[in-house]
Design a protein around this ligand. Structure first.
Ligand code: PHE
Length: 456
């Protein structure tokens, strides 16, 4: 396929892995994974999540990188090109559209949560967690949820940070950030793990995470595990496809995808291993505490450990930066589309999307306080609805369409050419899973999840 002249290709081989890991590792791993695991009873949920990652997430991750690299354009255009090459319908580019839409909605609420981490950076730096117990930590978190002006201030700050990076170009800033900050985040998590093992109830935390209990399997848990597998690997949002379009040809897609998947899962499990021992050692903190779990459990540690102020500040800062390298990838596909298709100036496209995401994000802010009891559909606040529509509807459907398209409709020649560097045994295994196993599982879990939601 002819390459678009204006489309850049990253010169260094490591850049794709760094950028994709930066996108994948974020609030999903450190904030969301522990809290949904806690709400869904622990071990059984973790098993469902790991199965979803291996049988669905990784195969779709490979497909998405491949589509981006084959199309060499922003997701919507890339899908159009790949479809043309395989003589399939232009409608497949809807995959790109649904991705851009999901990415936009996610950006709106993600920036509100990233705002919480910014607030916690300043609290930690002031030594505000000193002597915290479960009750004090809960009170601080609850107070923040009710403080609309602070929430909006940090949401705005975080969106401005994202806009800045996109304006100055993604590659250089992102590469440095991920190369240095990700390992730092990893090391800090390991330090915290040591502390949690020493001061927390490590055995209880470990058991909670890894002990499988049949009675805890639930449809809702399964549907959440699936949605989260897509969310945490940044799938179905055009993000990975957009980065794939910059990936050089001489790089193995299967190996790259495996690396990203392993790093992402390792960080999520590590975060769980830090948070749950602390939860079980402190009265007043519940595993099922919901979205506040990380913000309630970790301040207790920072308030008690030596040099807690420093560790706390650096930790929340690194989480903010991990979130930042994720939002950059959320914004990139939409910006790339507006500039390619409508010749928008990069800065204008960027500001327009950021502003709209900010407006939509306000509905998330209000869902935490004034609209707490507002039920739009099936008892969901606007924030609940945003997460439901994205993680349980758009992401599974996008991934289903991707798996079906690549497995059944794309011509085998371009497919083989993109995956030529990978051993043919793995190619066949991958294609078989993508063709039969992933779509069936996604379809079943998706339908059951929707039925469960609206019947329940
Ligand atoms: N994967 C990111 C996380 O786990 C979230 C994200 C989703 C980022 C989609 C980009 C695209 O936090």
């Amino acid at each position: 396929m002819r390459k678009a002249q204006q489309h850049a290709i990253w010169g260094r081989r490591g850049t794709f892995i760094l950028a994709a890991t930066g996108s994948a590792v974020g609030l999903g791993n450190i904030w969301k994974f522990p809290y949904i695991t806690g709400e869904n009873g622990g071990g059984a949920f973790v098993v469902m999540y790991l199965l979803c990652i291996c049988l669905i997430g990784l195969p779709v991750l490979v497909a998405e990188i491949m589509l981006g690299r084959r199309g060499r354009a922003s997701p919507i255009l890339a899908m159009q090109r790949v479809a043309r090459e395989s003589n399939s319908s232009k409608l497949w580019s809807l995959i790109g559209w649904s991705g851009v839409l999901a990415g936009f909605i996610i950006l709106s609420y993600y920036s509100v949560i990233a705002g919480w981490t910014l607030e916690y950076v300043t609290t930690a730096a002031r030594g505000g967690f000193e002597g915290f117990d479960g009750v004090a930590a809960n009170n601080t978190f609850t107070a923040l949820q009710g403080d609309i002006s602070t929430l909006v201030q940090w949401q705005t700050a975080f969106l401005c940070m994202t806009a800045l990076i996109i304006m100055f170009g993604v590659t250089r800033g992102l590469e440095t950030a991920v190369r240095i900050l990700m390992p730092l985040l990893f090391c800090l998590l390991v330090v915290l793990l040591g502390y949690a093992a020493y001061a927390g109830d490590f055995a209880a935390g470990f058991n909670f995470l890894f002990k499988f209990r049949f009675d805890q399997l639930s449809l809702e848990g399964l549907s959440l595990a699936l949605g989260h597998a897509f969310f945490t690997l940044s799938l179905s949002m055009g993000a990975i496809m957009a980065y794939g379009s910059y990936m050089p040809h001489n790089q193995s897609i299967l190996k790259t995808a495996a690396t990203v998947g392993v790093l992402d899962t390792a960080i999520a499990l590590l975060a769980g291993l830090v948070i749950f021992p602390i939860v079980f050692a402190n009265p007043g903190v519940e595993p099922g505490a919901g979205p506040g779990l990380m913000f309630v459990s970790l301040p207790i540690v920072f308030g008690a450990m030596p040099l807690g102020e420093v560790f706390g500040t650096v930790f929340f800062l690194l989480v903010t930066l991990a979130a930042w390298s994720s939002t950059i990838s959320l914004l990139e596909p939409a910006v790339a589309y507006l500039t390619e298709r409508f010749r928008f100036h990069r800065v204008a496209a960027n500001l327009l999307i950021i502003f709209c995401a900010w407006l939509l994000g306000l509905t998330t802010v209000f869902s935490l306080n004034r609209w707490q009891d507002l039920s739009l559909v099936a008892g969901m606040t606007p924030f609940d609805l945003s997460t439901f529509i994205t993680e349980q509807v758009l992401l599974p459907l996008g991934a289903l369409a991707t798996a079906i398209y690549v497995g059944w409709f794309m011509k085998k020649r371009p497919l083989r050419r993109e995956l030529a560097l990978d051993s043919s045994r793995w190619f066949v295994r991958w294609l078989t899973v993508l063709k039969y196993v992933s779509p069936m599982l996604i379809a079943v879990v998706f339908v059951l999840g929707i039925v469960d939601k609206f019947a329940g």
